[in-house]
Design a binder for this molecule. Structure first.
Ligand SMILES: O=C(CO)[C@H](O)[C@H](O)COP(=O)(O)O
Length: 261
């Protein structure tokens, strides 16, 4: 496939450079003929651009993309990437997407871009799911960045859902707020016509599967942004080099590569 066009040695890298490095590294795993889950966000956007470049160059052929948001759909259409959906392609060979948080067990928080439901639908049926992040996304435990853990809720009585969520996680010092659109000051609406409640935790929420089950049992909740056990590997781009974390059974293997000219 040839060398990655990003050659960062001896230059100072900003966060977007790191996102691009992780994205390009992940795209090295794309093979002709694959059904690909196309993620959403500023990191995943680089992967989609790179896939389109390789299709244009004839390096990749017969790719079918399954976009995880209308934004990614629009990007992929504008770049000429052939697209389909889970109705026609229920099994995805490889999904590549960013994340907001990654813990040491490769559990994630996703959805600060609001696309968590479609992302989870696509990534949960992917044989391989490669997560691409810069090193700022690494956390000790899910919810540990102090930033939002999004929950998609139906608009009906969203305030009631918010109170139930916050009450459920009172032990973790949880506060919650309805996500508002910066464009119009109204509640932010997902691609699925729902609202997003952002939860913030002061303390560790404990067992993730228990927390997940409890959230999903609440009527009015559509999905949450914890992606537990879905990532098969995570590519982390840092100032010094790339770290690839791969699930092998219940263990995580770590390989590090420094940038070289
Ligand atoms: O989950 C997501 C969107 O719903 C994104 O993957 C996540 O927010 C990371 O975004 P970025 O790559 O822009 O940092």
């Amino acid at each position: 496939m040839g060398p990655s066009p990003v050659c960062p040695a001896a230059v100072s890298l900003n966060q977007d450079d790191l996102k691009k490095i992780a994205a390009y590294k992940a795209v090295e795993h794309v093979k002709s003929g694959m059904v690909l889950g196309l993620g959403t966000g500023s990191t995943a956007k680089h992967a989609v651009d790179r896939i389109a470049d390789l299709l244009r160059q004839g390096v990749l052929k017969d790719i079918v993309g399954i976009p995880t948001s209308t934004k990614t759909y629009d990007q992929a259409v504008s770049l000429g990437i052939p697209l389909s959906d889970l109705d026609s392609h229920p099994v995805v060979d490889l999904a590549i997407d960013g994340a907001d948080e990654v813990d040491s067990g490769l559990n994630l928080v996703k959805g600060r871009g609001g696309s968590l439901l479609r992302e989870k639908m696509v990534e949960s049926v992917s044989k391989k799911f490669i997560v691409i992040v810069d090193e700022s996304k690494l956390v000790k435990h899910v919810g540990g960045s102090g930033l939002a853990m999004p929950v998609e809720v139906i608009p009906f009585c969203w305030n009631h859902s918010l109170r139930r969520l916050v009450g459920m996680f009172a032990y973790a010092g949880c506060i919650g707020e309805l996500r508002m659109s910066v464009e119009n000051g109204k509640p932010s609406v997902t691609d699925n016509g729902n609202f997003v409640i952002d939860l913030y935790f002061e303390r560790d929420i404990g067992d993730l599967n228990e927390a997940s089950d409890a959230i999903l049992r609440l009527p009015g909740i559509v999905e949450h942004g914890m992606f537990i056990g879905l990532a098969t590997s995570v590519i982390v781009a840092g100032e010094e080099g790339i770290t690839v974390k791969t699930k092998v059974g219940s263990e995580v293997e770590v390989d590090s590569f420094s940038y070289m000219i």
